[in-house]
Structure formats: C-alpha cells, structure tokens
Design a protein around this ligand. Structure first.
Ligand SMILES: [Zn+2]
Ligand SMILES: [Zn+2]
Length: 328
C-alpha cells in the first residue's frame, strides 16, 4: 500500500504498536460499512512523522496516541469536550485506513492526539486507546463508581480485564464472569474478589448471593443478548448498567429485560470510548502506578500473525491483550 500523507489539520504517525481488538473482528466480519481495499487497526501509539497544514500543537518526533473515536474538532460535541460522540467522527481502521501498517494518517490532530509521557512505553500507550479508555470512562464518566460498591464485569477479555483493574483501583469490589477459566484466573490476579464461570450456571442468582442482593454497577464487556441480560439482571435495585461490548443488530436487535429496568429503576448507559480531553486523569493514575495497563498485554505479534489471528478472534480463548509491532 502507498504511504499515507497528512490531511489538513492532521498528521501521519509511524506506528510503533497497535492492538488487536474484537472491534477489528466486527469490521472483518462485515458488521461495519467498509470499502475495499482496507487497512484495519484502531488502537495505536507511535511517533509523528509528518504534520499537515493548520496543526498548532504537534511537531515531528512527538510521541502520541489517539482515542479510537477521533472528533472533527468543530462540532458542538467536540467543542464541549465530548469528541467521543462527534457528529462527524473519524475512526482509524473503520472510516479510513488504520494502524495495521507502518504509517497511519490521523485527522484533527489538535483535538485528538494525546502526548505519551516518556515513562509510558508505546505498547502500553497503544493498549489505552480503545478498550482501556472505554473501561475507564464506563466506570468513572458513566457509572460514577463509588468506593466500596460491587461491580459485576461480564466478559474477561481485553475490555473486561481493563474494567476489573480500574474498578479495583477505584475501590470497587469486583465479580468477574467469563466462560474461559484462564481469563478468570487473570481477573482474580488483577483483584476480582469473586470469579464466576458462565457455563450453565444462573449468573444473576450467583451474583446476588455473592453481593447481598446484586451489584451496584454492571458492565457487559462482551456484547451479546445473553451477556447484556446477565449483567442487567445481576444488578441490585437502582443499579447502573454500562453497555460496552458492541451489539450490532445483525440478527435483529437484542432483547433487553426492560421490565426489570423499570421496576427496579435501573440506569442503562452506553459508553463509546473516551475523548482525548479526558485522558490526563487516566494517564496520571498510570504514571502514579495505580493503574498498570501493561499487565494486560499478554503477547506481541507481527502483522502476518495478526492477519492470521483476526478471522477467528471472536472465538479466541487468549487471555489478555494481543499487540502488534509492525516492524516485527
Ligand atoms: Zn478496540
Ligand atoms: Zn466533532
């Protein structure tokens, strides 16, 4: 593929690390509007190598990362600090060529780029942009988790394990649910107080027994009708559910137990990444060592291996995050 050039207001970044995510699998499986040829990849960190016209804050050589949702920088949502719901958003690897490559073009650099501190390596920085930041925003910005509250995390993949780590760091008490015992062992290692194997067991009843009537907060980190319902039904009265796992309506919209939402006054919240403007608080916790996203990175592979891994990624039983080094 030809190397990209910097758009007006944007930059080209040399990709030093990029993550493999279930969202890449959704795109590969045809759940997004993609035109071919296409380059996936949306969780990246690297070095600015070219700066387009009109960029004020960045120069060649800067170490940077981006949220997977890049705002336009002009609409009311971007100007209000909510680029994650921008009207005219760009998503590398979805709306344009992404970071499974040596170089990637990024738009509206002054709105979307985040400086990576010297103390944070590229692999760690790349792991933040989608799953870790989404988990952080789900708990802090959306559920407004309080110390001592119970959190049910359904799914212990990349975003689920991020949620476990962040919830524990914030003083939450975590029940982690997954169908993979290996992933549950990692969740326990990261601080989950209880782990539940989601085989044939009644997840909501088990959570209620463990937490004295249900959790205060639940996160569906998978995205299926079953996991969404399990998360919602695991809540106590007036609990808050955050939907993080994608639920594209391929087979129709999922059934959600709305009678419980009404009767128990549950809050059902969505979370869609996190704007660059909200990164500093999260990066401060990482620099202080209170959050250790690098613990979630299990393996680094090359682009060829990533291409082989992606088609089966929805069925993968790998614990932790898989990162790609394009130079490998
Ligand atoms: Zn992702
Ligand atoms: Zn915008």
């Amino acid at each position: 593929m030809a190397e990209p050039t910097a758009p007006a207001g944007g930059v080209v970044v040399r990709v030093m690390a990029t993550g493999v995510c279930r969202s890449d699998w959704h795109a590969w499986a045809g759940h997004d509007e993609i035109t071919f040829p296409h380059v996936p990849g949306h969780e990246l960190a690297g070095v600015v190598v070219e700066v387009g016209d009109g960029v004020a804050r960045w120069t060649v050589g800067d170490r940077v990362t981006v949220p997977f949702v890049c705002g336009c920088g002009r609409c009311a949502w971007c100007l209000g600090g909510n680029a994650q719901v921008c009207l005219d958003q760009q998503q590398p690897g979805f709306t344009h060529w992404g970071s499974f490559a040596e170089y990637v073009a990024l738009h509206a650099a002054d709105t979307n780029l985040v400086a990576v501190p010297e103390s944070v390596d590229f692999t760690t920085a790349a792991s933040l942009g989608c799953r870790f930041a989404t988990a952080y925003r789900a708990l802090v910005g959306r559920a407004r988790l309080l110390e001592g509250e119970w959190v049910t995390v359904v799914g212990a993949g990349g975003v689920g394990l991020s949620t476990v780590m962040i919830a524990c760091a914030l003083g939450g008490r975590v029940v982690a649910v997954d169908r993979n015992p290996e992933a549950l062992a990692v969740a326990a290692d990261l601080g989950a107080e209880h782990v539940l194997l989601a085989d044939s067991s009644n997840v909501p009843a088990a959570v209620a027994a463990l937490t004295g009537g249900g959790s205060h907060v639940a996160v569906d980190a998978v995205g299926s009708e079953q996991t969404c319902a399990d998360a919602i039904l695991s809540l106590r009265r007036r609990g808050r559910h955050v939907q993080v796992g994608l639920l594209p309506p391929m087979g129709g919209h999922p059934r959600v137990p709305m009678e419980r939402v009404i009767g128990w006054e549950l809050d059902v919240l969505g979370s869609h990444g996190m704007a660059a403007a909200d990164y500093p608080d999260m990066l401060a916790l990482i620099e202080q060592g209170l959050l250790e996203p690098q613990r979630l990175v299990e393996r680094t592979i090359g682009l060829d291996e990533a291409a082989a891994l992606l088609p089966g990624f929805d069925q993968a039983t790998l614990a932790g995050m898989t990162m790609v080094d394009p130079a490998r």
